[in-house]
Design a protein around this ligand. Sequence first.
Ligand SMILES: Cc1ncc(COP(=O)(O)O)c(C=O)c1O
Length: 432
Amino acid sequence: MTRDDILRLDRAHAWHPYTAMGRWQTRDDILVVREAEGSWIVDEDGKRYLDANSSWWTLTLGHRHPRIVRAAQQALERLDHVAFAGITHEPGAALARELLERAPGFSRVFYVDNGSTAIELAIKLAIEFHQRVGAEQRTEFVTFAGAFHGDSAGATSLGGVESFIAAYASITFPCHRLPAPSSEDEALAALEALIAERGDRLAAVFLEPMLQGAAGMKMQSASFLKKLRERVAAAGALFIADEVFAGYGRTGRFWATDHAGVTPDILCTGKAFAQFLPMGAVLATARLFEPFAGPEAAALPYGHTFNGNPFGATIAREVLAIYRDEGIVERVARDAPSFAACAASLERIPGVLRARSLGFVLAADLEDPSGVEGYGGTVGWRVYAEALSRGLYLRPLGSTVYACPPLNTASEDLDRLFEGLEASVRAALAAR
Ligand SMILES: Cc1ncc(COP(=O)(O)O)c(C=O)c1O
Protein backbone atom coordinates (compact mmCIF):
# COMPACT_ATOMS: atom_id res chain seq x y z
CA MET A 1 0.00 0.00 0.00
CA THR A 2 1.15 3.54 -0.65
CA ARG A 3 1.06 6.31 1.95
CA ASP A 4 -2.09 7.68 0.32
CA ASP A 5 -3.83 4.27 0.36
CA ILE A 6 -3.11 3.91 4.08
CA LEU A 7 -4.30 7.41 4.86
CA ARG A 8 -7.48 6.92 2.84
CA LEU A 9 -8.36 3.73 4.74
CA ASP A 10 -7.45 5.24 8.05
CA ARG A 11 -9.44 8.43 7.51
CA ALA A 12 -12.46 6.38 6.50
CA HIS A 13 -12.42 3.86 9.37
CA ALA A 14 -10.00 4.44 12.27
CA TRP A 15 -10.54 6.48 15.44
CA HIS A 16 -7.36 7.68 17.14
CA PRO A 17 -6.66 8.34 20.83
CA TYR A 18 -6.44 11.97 21.97
CA THR A 19 -6.92 13.10 18.36
CA ALA A 20 -9.24 15.72 16.85
CA MET A 21 -10.81 13.48 14.23
CA GLY A 22 -12.33 16.39 12.27
CA ARG A 23 -8.94 17.98 11.68
CA TRP A 24 -7.49 14.54 10.99
CA GLN A 25 -9.26 14.54 7.60
CA THR A 26 -7.29 17.52 6.33
CA ARG A 27 -4.04 17.55 8.30
CA ASP A 28 -0.96 17.27 6.11
CA ASP A 29 1.46 16.46 8.94
CA ILE A 30 0.30 12.90 9.72
CA LEU A 31 3.15 10.47 10.16
CA VAL A 32 2.52 7.22 8.31
CA VAL A 33 5.14 4.91 9.74
CA ARG A 34 6.58 1.97 7.84
CA GLU A 35 9.28 0.71 10.18
CA ALA A 36 11.46 1.62 13.13
CA GLU A 37 14.85 0.78 14.57
CA GLY A 38 16.72 2.07 17.60
CA SER A 39 15.79 5.70 18.24
CA TRP A 40 14.46 6.19 14.70
CA ILE A 41 11.13 5.75 12.97
CA VAL A 42 10.85 5.69 9.18
CA ASP A 43 7.78 6.86 7.26
CA GLU A 44 6.24 5.41 4.11
CA ASP A 45 8.36 7.75 1.98
CA GLY A 46 11.56 6.53 3.65
CA LYS A 47 12.10 9.72 5.67
CA ARG A 48 13.68 9.15 9.10
CA TYR A 49 12.54 10.81 12.33
CA LEU A 50 14.22 10.68 15.71
CA ASP A 51 11.62 9.31 18.13
CA ALA A 52 12.07 11.97 20.80
CA ASN A 53 8.86 10.76 22.45
CA SER A 54 9.90 7.10 22.93
CA SER A 55 6.53 6.29 21.31
CA TRP A 56 4.33 7.58 24.13
CA TRP A 57 7.08 7.36 26.78
CA THR A 58 7.46 3.61 26.62
CA LEU A 59 10.37 2.45 24.43
CA THR A 60 13.22 3.27 26.78
CA LEU A 61 15.39 0.76 24.88
CA GLY A 62 14.40 2.07 21.46
CA HIS A 63 12.67 0.20 18.68
CA ARG A 64 13.37 -3.47 17.95
CA HIS A 65 16.32 -3.91 20.28
CA PRO A 66 17.99 -7.00 18.77
CA ARG A 67 17.97 -8.90 22.08
CA ILE A 68 14.26 -8.27 22.57
CA VAL A 69 13.46 -9.33 19.00
CA ARG A 70 15.40 -12.57 19.57
CA ALA A 71 13.72 -13.19 22.93
CA ALA A 72 10.29 -12.65 21.36
CA GLN A 73 10.99 -15.06 18.52
CA GLN A 74 12.32 -17.73 20.86
CA ALA A 75 9.45 -17.32 23.33
CA LEU A 76 6.89 -18.15 20.66
CA GLU A 77 8.70 -21.38 19.80
CA ARG A 78 7.65 -22.66 23.21
CA LEU A 79 4.55 -21.06 24.70
CA ASP A 80 2.02 -18.42 23.68
CA HIS A 81 -0.44 -17.88 26.51
CA VAL A 82 -1.92 -19.52 29.57
CA ALA A 83 -3.84 -17.92 32.43
CA PHE A 84 -1.90 -16.93 35.55
CA ALA A 85 -4.76 -17.94 37.86
CA GLY A 86 -3.91 -21.33 39.31
CA ILE A 87 -1.09 -21.81 36.78
CA THR A 88 2.49 -20.62 36.74
CA HIS A 89 5.45 -20.77 34.38
CA GLU A 90 9.14 -19.90 34.28
CA PRO A 91 8.83 -16.43 32.72
CA GLY A 92 6.19 -15.28 35.25
CA ALA A 93 7.91 -16.72 38.31
CA ALA A 94 11.43 -15.66 37.36
CA LEU A 95 10.37 -12.16 36.31
CA ALA A 96 8.80 -11.58 39.74
CA ARG A 97 12.08 -12.42 41.45
CA GLU A 98 14.17 -10.36 39.01
CA LEU A 99 11.89 -7.35 39.40
CA LEU A 100 12.04 -7.57 43.19
CA GLU A 101 15.84 -7.60 42.97
CA ARG A 102 15.42 -4.13 41.44
CA ALA A 103 12.91 -3.16 44.16
CA PRO A 104 14.23 -4.62 47.42
CA GLY A 105 11.61 -2.96 49.67
CA PHE A 106 8.80 -5.00 48.11
CA SER A 107 7.80 -8.62 48.50
CA ARG A 108 5.14 -9.40 45.85
CA VAL A 109 4.47 -8.70 42.19
CA PHE A 110 0.97 -8.73 40.67
CA TYR A 111 1.02 -8.50 36.86
CA VAL A 112 -1.44 -6.28 35.04
CA ASP A 113 -2.18 -5.27 31.46
CA ASN A 114 -0.94 -1.66 31.35
CA GLY A 115 -0.60 1.49 33.42
CA SER A 116 -4.33 2.10 33.88
CA THR A 117 -5.00 -1.40 35.16
CA ALA A 118 -2.05 -1.09 37.54
CA ILE A 119 -3.82 1.94 39.00
CA GLU A 120 -7.20 0.17 39.13
CA LEU A 121 -5.62 -2.66 41.08
CA ALA A 122 -3.82 -0.25 43.42
CA ILE A 123 -7.14 1.48 44.20
CA LYS A 124 -8.80 -1.83 45.04
CA LEU A 125 -5.80 -3.10 47.01
CA ALA A 126 -5.84 0.04 49.15
CA ILE A 127 -9.54 -0.32 49.92
CA GLU A 128 -9.30 -4.05 50.63
CA PHE A 129 -6.17 -3.72 52.71
CA HIS A 130 -7.81 -1.27 55.09
CA GLN A 131 -10.96 -3.42 55.33
CA ARG A 132 -8.92 -6.50 56.13
CA VAL A 133 -6.96 -4.82 58.91
CA GLY A 134 -10.11 -3.39 60.52
CA ALA A 135 -9.86 0.19 59.25
CA GLU A 136 -13.01 0.13 57.07
CA GLN A 137 -13.46 3.87 57.52
CA ARG A 138 -10.35 4.53 55.41
CA THR A 139 -12.06 4.98 52.04
CA GLU A 140 -10.88 8.38 50.82
CA PHE A 141 -8.20 8.97 48.22
CA VAL A 142 -5.81 11.86 47.85
CA THR A 143 -4.40 13.06 44.57
CA PHE A 144 -2.87 16.21 43.07
CA ALA A 145 -3.69 18.90 40.55
CA GLY A 146 -2.17 17.91 37.22
CA ALA A 147 -2.10 14.20 38.06
CA PHE A 148 -2.53 11.66 35.28
CA HIS A 149 -2.93 8.00 36.14
CA GLY A 150 -4.67 6.64 33.04
CA ASP A 151 -8.08 6.69 31.39
CA SER A 152 -10.09 3.90 33.05
CA ALA A 153 -12.80 5.13 35.43
CA GLY A 154 -10.82 4.67 38.65
CA ALA A 155 -7.71 6.24 37.15
CA THR A 156 -9.81 9.12 35.80
CA SER A 157 -11.16 9.68 39.32
CA LEU A 158 -7.60 10.29 40.47
CA GLY A 159 -6.83 12.56 37.52
CA GLY A 160 -6.05 16.23 37.90
CA VAL A 161 -5.94 17.44 34.29
CA GLU A 162 -9.29 19.21 34.04
CA SER A 163 -9.88 18.65 30.32
CA PHE A 164 -9.43 14.86 30.71
CA ILE A 165 -11.81 14.47 33.66
CA ALA A 166 -14.46 17.20 33.48
CA ALA A 167 -17.06 15.18 31.51
CA TYR A 168 -16.90 12.13 33.78
CA ALA A 169 -17.96 13.45 37.17
CA SER A 170 -21.00 11.15 37.20
CA ILE A 171 -18.95 7.96 36.75
CA THR A 172 -15.94 8.72 38.91
CA PHE A 173 -15.42 8.77 42.68
CA PRO A 174 -14.55 11.97 44.56
CA CYS A 175 -10.96 12.50 45.71
CA HIS A 176 -9.16 15.09 47.78
CA ARG A 177 -7.18 17.00 45.15
CA LEU A 178 -4.17 18.88 46.55
CA PRO A 179 -2.18 21.62 44.78
CA ALA A 180 0.30 20.39 42.17
CA PRO A 181 3.41 18.74 43.63
CA SER A 182 5.56 21.26 41.73
CA SER A 183 4.12 23.84 44.17
CA GLU A 184 5.81 21.88 46.93
CA ASP A 185 5.08 24.06 49.97
CA GLU A 186 1.41 24.55 49.07
CA ALA A 187 0.94 20.84 48.40
CA LEU A 188 2.54 19.82 51.69
CA ALA A 189 0.60 22.43 53.67
CA ALA A 190 -2.65 21.24 52.08
CA LEU A 191 -1.79 17.64 52.90
CA GLU A 192 -1.05 18.53 56.52
CA ALA A 193 -4.37 20.39 56.82
CA LEU A 194 -6.23 17.45 55.28
CA ILE A 195 -4.53 14.98 57.62
CA ALA A 196 -5.38 17.16 60.63
CA GLU A 197 -9.02 17.18 59.59
CA ARG A 198 -9.61 13.68 58.16
CA GLY A 199 -6.38 11.73 58.62
CA ASP A 200 -8.16 8.63 59.93
CA ARG A 201 -10.42 8.49 56.83
CA LEU A 202 -7.63 8.50 54.26
CA ALA A 203 -7.02 5.26 52.37
CA ALA A 204 -4.13 6.30 50.15
CA VAL A 205 -2.21 9.11 48.51
CA PHE A 206 -1.36 8.62 44.82
CA LEU A 207 1.61 10.45 43.34
CA GLU A 208 3.64 10.47 40.14
CA PRO A 209 6.97 10.74 41.99
CA MET A 210 9.51 13.36 40.85
CA LEU A 211 7.75 13.91 37.51
CA GLN A 212 4.14 14.59 36.55
CA GLY A 213 4.04 13.65 32.86
CA ALA A 214 0.74 14.68 31.31
CA ALA A 215 0.58 17.81 33.49
CA GLY A 216 3.33 19.15 31.23
CA MET A 217 6.46 17.40 32.52
CA LYS A 218 6.31 19.14 35.91
CA MET A 219 9.01 18.16 38.35
CA GLN A 220 9.29 17.93 42.15
CA SER A 221 12.30 17.67 44.41
CA ALA A 222 13.42 14.53 46.20
CA SER A 223 12.98 16.35 49.50
CA PHE A 224 9.29 16.97 48.70
CA LEU A 225 8.88 13.27 48.01
CA LYS A 226 10.58 12.33 51.26
CA LYS A 227 8.49 14.73 53.34
CA LEU A 228 5.30 13.57 51.66
CA ARG A 229 6.14 9.92 52.29
CA GLU A 230 6.81 10.60 55.99
CA ARG A 231 3.55 12.49 56.48
CA VAL A 232 1.46 9.87 54.70
CA ALA A 233 2.99 7.08 56.79
CA ALA A 234 2.45 9.01 60.02
CA ALA A 235 -1.22 9.46 59.08
CA GLY A 236 -1.65 5.69 58.63
CA ALA A 237 -2.59 6.03 54.95
CA LEU A 238 -0.92 4.17 52.11
CA PHE A 239 1.52 5.86 49.77
CA ILE A 240 1.08 4.67 46.18
CA ALA A 241 3.74 5.64 43.66
CA ASP A 242 2.69 5.70 40.03
CA GLU A 243 5.99 4.96 38.28
CA VAL A 244 4.33 4.03 35.00
CA PHE A 245 6.23 6.85 33.27
CA ALA A 246 8.85 7.94 35.82
CA GLY A 247 10.18 4.44 36.54
CA TYR A 248 12.71 2.35 34.62
CA GLY A 249 15.46 4.97 34.66
CA ARG A 250 13.62 7.84 32.98
CA THR A 251 14.53 10.30 35.75
CA GLY A 252 18.10 9.04 36.32
CA ARG A 253 17.40 6.38 38.97
CA PHE A 254 15.79 3.02 38.30
CA TRP A 255 12.72 4.07 40.29
CA ALA A 256 11.87 7.74 40.73
CA THR A 257 11.26 7.02 44.41
CA ASP A 258 14.96 6.01 44.66
CA HIS A 259 15.85 9.72 44.44
CA ALA A 260 14.39 10.14 47.93
CA GLY A 261 15.32 6.69 49.23
CA VAL A 262 11.68 5.94 50.04
CA THR A 263 9.66 2.77 49.58
CA PRO A 264 5.97 3.25 48.78
CA ASP A 265 3.40 0.75 50.08
CA ILE A 266 2.42 0.05 46.48
CA LEU A 267 4.33 0.83 43.30
CA CYS A 268 2.70 0.78 39.86
CA THR A 269 4.83 0.20 36.78
CA GLY A 270 4.04 -0.18 33.07
CA LYS A 271 5.17 1.34 29.78
CA ALA A 272 8.94 0.55 29.69
CA PHE A 273 8.29 -2.61 31.72
CA ALA A 274 7.62 -4.66 28.57
CA GLN A 275 8.50 -1.93 26.03
CA PHE A 276 6.10 -2.55 23.11
CA LEU A 277 3.72 -4.95 24.87
CA PRO A 278 0.82 -3.83 27.02
CA MET A 279 1.90 -5.25 30.34
CA GLY A 280 2.70 -3.79 33.74
CA ALA A 281 2.99 -4.75 37.38
CA VAL A 282 1.95 -3.71 40.85
CA LEU A 283 4.54 -4.19 43.57
CA ALA A 284 3.38 -4.63 47.15
CA THR A 285 5.30 -4.59 50.42
CA ALA A 286 5.16 -7.56 52.80
CA ARG A 287 2.87 -5.59 55.13
CA LEU A 288 0.45 -4.88 52.31
CA PHE A 289 0.42 -8.47 51.11
CA GLU A 290 0.00 -10.06 54.52
CA PRO A 291 -3.84 -9.76 54.83
CA PHE A 292 -4.19 -11.44 51.42
CA ALA A 293 -2.00 -14.43 52.24
CA GLY A 294 -4.67 -16.57 53.90
CA PRO A 295 -6.79 -19.49 52.58
CA GLU A 296 -9.61 -19.45 49.94
CA ALA A 297 -11.66 -16.52 51.26
CA ALA A 298 -8.56 -14.33 51.39
CA ALA A 299 -8.06 -14.45 47.61
CA LEU A 300 -8.07 -11.05 45.98
CA PRO A 301 -11.04 -10.89 43.58
CA TYR A 302 -9.11 -9.27 40.80
CA GLY A 303 -7.59 -10.33 37.49
CA HIS A 304 -7.54 -9.75 33.75
CA THR A 305 -7.38 -12.33 30.98
CA PHE A 306 -3.82 -11.52 29.98
CA ASN A 307 -2.30 -11.03 33.46
CA GLY A 308 1.15 -12.55 33.68
CA ASN A 309 1.14 -13.76 30.11
CA PRO A 310 4.32 -15.70 29.43
CA PHE A 311 5.17 -13.88 26.22
CA GLY A 312 5.06 -10.48 27.91
CA ALA A 313 6.92 -11.82 30.92
CA THR A 314 9.70 -13.11 28.65
CA ILE A 315 10.06 -9.70 27.07
CA ALA A 316 9.98 -7.98 30.48
CA ARG A 317 12.79 -10.28 31.72
CA GLU A 318 14.91 -9.43 28.70
CA VAL A 319 14.27 -5.73 29.33
CA LEU A 320 15.65 -6.04 32.87
CA ALA A 321 18.64 -8.03 31.60
CA ILE A 322 19.44 -5.34 29.02
CA TYR A 323 19.19 -2.63 31.68
CA ARG A 324 21.77 -4.57 33.69
CA ASP A 325 24.11 -5.52 30.83
CA GLU A 326 24.05 -2.15 29.08
CA GLY A 327 24.11 -0.01 32.22
CA ILE A 328 21.02 1.89 31.02
CA VAL A 329 20.38 3.84 34.22
CA GLU A 330 24.07 4.76 34.46
CA ARG A 331 23.88 6.07 30.87
CA VAL A 332 20.99 8.33 31.86
CA ALA A 333 22.97 9.71 34.79
CA ARG A 334 25.96 10.25 32.46
CA ASP A 335 24.03 12.05 29.68
CA ALA A 336 21.48 13.93 31.83
CA PRO A 337 23.69 17.09 32.01
CA SER A 338 23.28 17.53 28.25
CA PHE A 339 19.49 17.71 28.78
CA ALA A 340 20.02 20.35 31.48
CA ALA A 341 22.30 22.34 29.16
CA CYS A 342 19.66 22.26 26.42
CA ALA A 343 17.00 23.42 28.90
CA ALA A 344 19.22 26.37 29.90
CA SER A 345 19.73 27.25 26.28
CA LEU A 346 16.00 27.01 25.47
CA GLU A 347 15.23 29.35 28.33
CA ARG A 348 17.23 32.11 26.60
CA ILE A 349 14.88 32.08 23.58
CA PRO A 350 12.32 34.94 23.70
CA GLY A 351 8.87 33.42 24.15
CA VAL A 352 10.10 30.48 26.22
CA LEU A 353 8.56 31.04 29.64
CA ARG A 354 10.54 28.36 31.49
CA ALA A 355 12.46 25.19 30.73
CA ARG A 356 13.53 22.26 32.90
CA SER A 357 15.02 18.79 32.80
CA LEU A 358 15.29 15.67 34.88
CA GLY A 359 17.18 12.60 33.69
CA PHE A 360 16.12 11.98 30.08
CA VAL A 361 13.19 14.41 30.15
CA LEU A 362 13.43 17.95 28.86
CA ALA A 363 10.50 20.39 28.72
CA ALA A 364 9.83 24.01 27.84
CA ASP A 365 6.64 26.03 28.41
CA LEU A 366 6.03 28.44 25.56
CA GLU A 367 4.07 31.65 25.32
CA ASP A 368 0.92 30.71 23.45
CA PRO A 369 -0.63 33.14 20.95
CA SER A 370 -4.08 32.02 22.13
CA GLY A 371 -3.17 33.14 25.64
CA VAL A 372 -3.93 29.61 26.87
CA GLU A 373 -1.13 28.00 28.86
CA GLY A 374 -1.04 24.22 29.29
CA TYR A 375 -2.83 21.38 27.52
CA GLY A 376 -5.30 23.66 25.70
CA GLY A 377 -2.48 25.69 24.10
CA THR A 378 -1.63 25.32 20.42
CA VAL A 379 1.91 26.64 20.01
CA GLY A 380 3.34 23.18 20.74
CA TRP A 381 1.78 21.90 17.52
CA ARG A 382 3.68 24.54 15.56
CA VAL A 383 6.85 23.21 17.11
CA TYR A 384 5.67 19.71 16.18
CA ALA A 385 5.38 20.68 12.49
CA GLU A 386 8.75 22.44 12.54
CA ALA A 387 10.34 19.43 14.21
CA LEU A 388 8.86 16.99 11.67
CA SER A 389 10.40 18.99 8.84
CA ARG A 390 13.75 18.58 10.64
CA GLY A 391 13.39 14.81 11.07
CA LEU A 392 12.29 14.92 14.70
CA TYR A 393 9.13 13.44 16.23
CA LEU A 394 8.15 15.64 19.18
CA ARG A 395 4.51 15.31 20.26
CA PRO A 396 3.67 18.33 22.49
CA LEU A 397 1.40 18.80 25.50
CA GLY A 398 -0.42 21.97 24.40
CA SER A 399 1.90 24.90 25.03
CA THR A 400 4.57 22.66 26.55
CA VAL A 401 7.08 20.99 24.26
CA TYR A 402 9.19 18.19 25.59
CA ALA A 403 11.58 15.43 24.65
CA CYS A 404 11.93 12.05 26.30
CA PRO A 405 13.93 9.92 23.87
CA PRO A 406 14.95 6.28 24.40
CA LEU A 407 17.48 6.00 27.22
CA ASN A 408 20.05 4.34 24.95
CA THR A 409 19.96 7.06 22.29
CA ALA A 410 23.47 7.61 20.89
CA SER A 411 25.24 10.81 21.97
CA GLU A 412 25.37 12.15 18.40
CA ASP A 413 21.60 11.59 18.07
CA LEU A 414 21.04 13.42 21.35
CA ASP A 415 23.00 16.36 19.88
CA ARG A 416 20.77 16.21 16.80
CA LEU A 417 17.72 16.20 19.04
CA PHE A 418 18.84 19.24 21.05
CA GLU A 419 19.76 21.21 17.91
CA GLY A 420 16.51 20.26 16.16
CA LEU A 421 14.41 21.08 19.20
CA GLU A 422 16.00 24.48 19.65
CA ALA A 423 15.70 25.34 15.96
CA SER A 424 12.05 24.20 15.92
CA VAL A 425 11.16 26.25 18.99
CA ARG A 426 12.87 29.34 17.52
CA ALA A 427 11.08 28.92 14.19
CA ALA A 428 7.67 28.31 15.77
CA LEU A 429 7.97 31.28 18.11
CA ALA A 430 9.26 33.56 15.34
CA ALA A 431 6.14 32.72 13.29
CA ARG A 432 3.75 33.79 16.06
C1 LIG B 1 1.92 8.32 35.12
C2 LIG B 1 1.00 7.48 34.31
N1 LIG B 1 0.22 6.57 34.90
C3 LIG B 1 -0.62 5.77 34.22
C4 LIG B 1 -0.71 5.87 32.85
C5 LIG B 1 -1.64 4.98 32.10
O1 LIG B 1 -0.94 4.01 31.41
P1 LIG B 1 -1.60 3.22 30.16
O2 LIG B 1 -1.72 4.23 29.06
O3 LIG B 1 -0.62 2.14 29.87
O4 LIG B 1 -2.91 2.71 30.61
C6 LIG B 1 0.08 6.81 32.17
C7 LIG B 1 0.00 6.94 30.72
O5 LIG B 1 0.55 7.83 30.11
C8 LIG B 1 0.96 7.63 32.91
O6 LIG B 1 1.73 8.55 32.33
